[in-house]
Design a protein around this ligand. Sequence first.
Ligand SMILES: Cc1cc2nc3c(=O)[nH]c(=O)nc-3n(C[C@H](O)[C@H](O)[C@H](O)COP(=O)(O)OP(=O)(O)OC[C@H]3O[C@@H](n4cnc5c(N)ncnc54)[C@H](O)[C@@H]3O)c2cc1C
Length: 464
Amino acid sequence: MTEHAIVIGAGLVGCLAALAFHKRGYEVTVYDYRFDPRDDSTQNKNLRSINLAISARGIESLKSVDEQIAKRVLRDVIPMKGRMIHDLQGEQESQIYGLFGECINSIDRAVLNNFLLDELDRYDIDVNFGDKLVRAKFGDRRQTCIFSKMGQDGVTETVECDFVVGCDGAFSSTRYQMQRAMRMDYSQEYIDCCYIELSIPRAKKFNKEFNGNFAIAPDHLHIWPRHNYMLIALANGDGSFTSTFFGPWSLVESLAESKEKTRKFLLQNFPDAMELMGIDEAVHKFMTYPKGALMCVECNPYHIDGGKAIILGDAAHSMVPFYGQGMNCGFEDVKVLMELLDQSKDDRSAAFKRYSETRHEDLVAIIELAKNNYKEMSHDVTSNLFLIKKQLDGALGRLLKNKWLPLYTMVSFRADIPYHRTVEISNRQKVILNQLLVAMVTTGTLLTALGLSRFGTWIKKWFQ
Ligand SMILES: Cc1cc2nc3c(=O)[nH]c(=O)nc-3n(C[C@H](O)[C@H](O)[C@H](O)COP(=O)(O)OP(=O)(O)OC[C@H]3O[C@@H](n4cnc5c(N)ncnc54)[C@H](O)[C@@H]3O)c2cc1C
């Protein structure tokens, strides 16, 4: 008899998980407490930031479920080959991401989610909107989920299945219900960083250089790094940019006290961005748009023994967005789990157990990397030492090819290297990089002192 899986959450990861289990021959039913975001009448469609960066891990995971789906998703993306750093004077400096032209890709979150929901329809996967998981009971053979019907006071529905896949985001009810039935380590940490979504409108005139109505280069992720806070912007297909301000809560709360204060702050710190956004519009959004909190969730294990339940995506590992990996990692969860099901010949119990055992170190690694990248994006990108190291790192990467891989390359462009290995390799390379730097600076200084100033200057220049 076909086994029945209930997937909780029709977000990005839930949709991919549902497709993957369906393709393995399971009967899949998806439940989400939202109403169908594709219906015109549905309010609050975008739960979070409007666009996301999808990179190698996300793309490879989509491909692993369905090559055609991946192809269709990639039709709608805008490749970004690097960061564009905007200084206070409005000067822009491009810092390329990849060694050989690799890109991360900007994609509209709603377009991607709706696209995946359409795929569920295409495969006749049953999706129930407006159903909120409120209780789950895990039995020896059957699992029971109780859903509260949104907008229908007190109405509930009870459904049985063989196993539950929780993809219900950072505040996962599945996770909470699992914790009642097992010993799961769990931690949640709020980061002192608030985010507010702003936007740069589509340029009025067609820009030949950018081949579209873009006011700034669409092939870069734009950053206005101001040490303690920053603004970023990613291009949308229509020429507009979704921009996000990140900064400490105390700063945002103090600015919220007065329009004038906010106006002054934005004009002082992001003058060129304000020219593009329109200062009145930016102040209005800054003061009135929702203020998002950022948190990290870590837990372990991710399953209930006997193959009864498992959590994937943000439900299992919410992370701050500074490495652009939350969704990519969630998609990769699905790929990793399917590989383990392959290896265990669909022995769900064994595959879920192995998933918890092997996936944890990768999830802990990317949560930490994401936290650290805030400092890199908001501060380090303006430091000369950082830029020198980055150039040397890149030069070694190009010279030594696969024998030397910058961390960003491994995380964003090498789906074949698990997250925890990227950290190990990078730590080893960091030691060598620092030693090399010291050696080269010493050599340069010595040569200069010995009068071989031209050679010394050449070496120094090489690092600039
Ligand atoms: C500002 C910002 C920028 C980001 N940028 C990037 C990026 O560039 N690249 C990247 O890879 N990631 C990025 N992320 C992270 C990414 O958004 C998340 O990792 C991703 O959305 C997680 O998907 P998910 O399906 O696990 O969870 P969610 O997207 O949260 O979806 C969960 C779903 O479960 C439903 N649900 C919740 N509770 C219940 C319940 N009790 N019953 C039924 N349904 C329920 C919800 O309605 C929702 O549809 C960013 C995040 C933020 C905040």
